[in-house]
Design a protein around this ligand. Structure first.
Ligand SMILES: NC(=O)c1ccc[n+]([C@@H]2O[C@H](COP(=O)([O-])OP(=O)(O)OC[C@H]3O[C@@H](n4cnc5c(N)ncnc54)[C@H](OP(=O)(O)O)[C@@H]3O)[C@@H](O)[C@H]2O)c1
Length: 223
């Protein structure tokens, strides 16, 4: 039986990851700022009150986990707001910095907090976005989200190097364009299809894929 931790688990892709991983028999620890009725229905362990940008919350999570060894951690928490050229005022700057904190720094802080709990042969998966791909940017805009996800990708490669000696595989995964609250329910696929693809990639990819960037459909993505 595998011990799996997923954050941003109260809704969207994170909720669906918890549902599918629980259904196949993994022991899921769902980490949230605030739980939801849908998450409570899954019957998995829930750790509430954990904001991924707050080291004191992450220290609390460490304590609550005790010496439990984790086979898989999925940093899924993320935020999106839009800033366009000509409209980057103080409010927009604050939004951009918030996206940096959650999307780019969050995965690093969670890895730092859980490093000693990551078992040899485990996987640390980061749900990033192809919006962070510089090569794939044909439409511009979305300054905060794009910059923060590019920074997340960069940080993820550092994590892959730093955790290689611990035999931990770091996967950088784009979930697809998914109908969730983040996209105001526009998108090409639903969260269940996205989660199925993400779990399939996590199951099949090993150390040779650590520090590389994949779409949930299996395609390798350019930086
Ligand atoms: N949907 C897409 O098309 C798409 C495409 C590419 C990448 N992604 C990425 O996929 C991931 C999941 O997105 P989603 O579509 O499922 O979005 P979502 O429905 O908006 O869910 C985002 C999750 O992140 C949590 N979160 C936000 N800020 C947090 C913080 N400071 N600390 C802890 N948790 C926090 C939210 O919790 P609260 O309820 O407490 O706010 C929520 O559980 C994100 O990283 C997103 O960037 C999504």
């Amino acid at each position: 039986m595998k011990h799996v931790l997923v954050n941003g688990a109260n809704r969207g892709i994170g909720l669906e990851l918890c549902r599918q991983l629980s259904e196949r028999g993994d022991q899921v620890i769902a980490v949230v700022r605030k739980s939801s009725a849908e998450l409570e229905k899954l019957g998995c362990r829930i750790e509430s009150g954990i904001d991924v940008t707050r080291p004191e919350d992450l220290a609390l999570l460490q304590n609550r986990l005790g010496d439990l060894a984790l086979d898989l951690v999925i940093n899924n928490a993320g935020i999106l707001s839009n800033q366009s050229l000509g409209k980057i005022d103080h409010t927009a700057i604050d939004q951009i910095m918030d996206q940096f904190k959650v999307n780019a720094l969050g995965p690093v802080l969670l890895a730092q907090a859980l490093r000693s709990r990551l078992a040899k042969g485990s996987t640390y998966a980061i749900i990033t976005s192809r919006m962070g791909s510089i090569a794939d940017n044909t439409s511009g805009g979305s300054y905060g989200y794009r910059m923060s996800k590019s920074a997340a990708n960069s940080a993820a490669v550092s994590l892959a190097r730093d955790l290689a000696g611990d035999d931990v595989c770091v996967l950088i995964l784009h979930p697809g364009y998914v109908r969730t609250e983040m996209t105001r329910h526009s998108g090409l696929i639903d969260a269940d299809e996205s989660a199925r693809g993400l779990i399939a990639r996590i199951d099949e990819l090993g150390m040779e894929a650590s520090g590389r960037f994949y779409h949930a459909n299996g395609e390798e993505l350019p930086w």
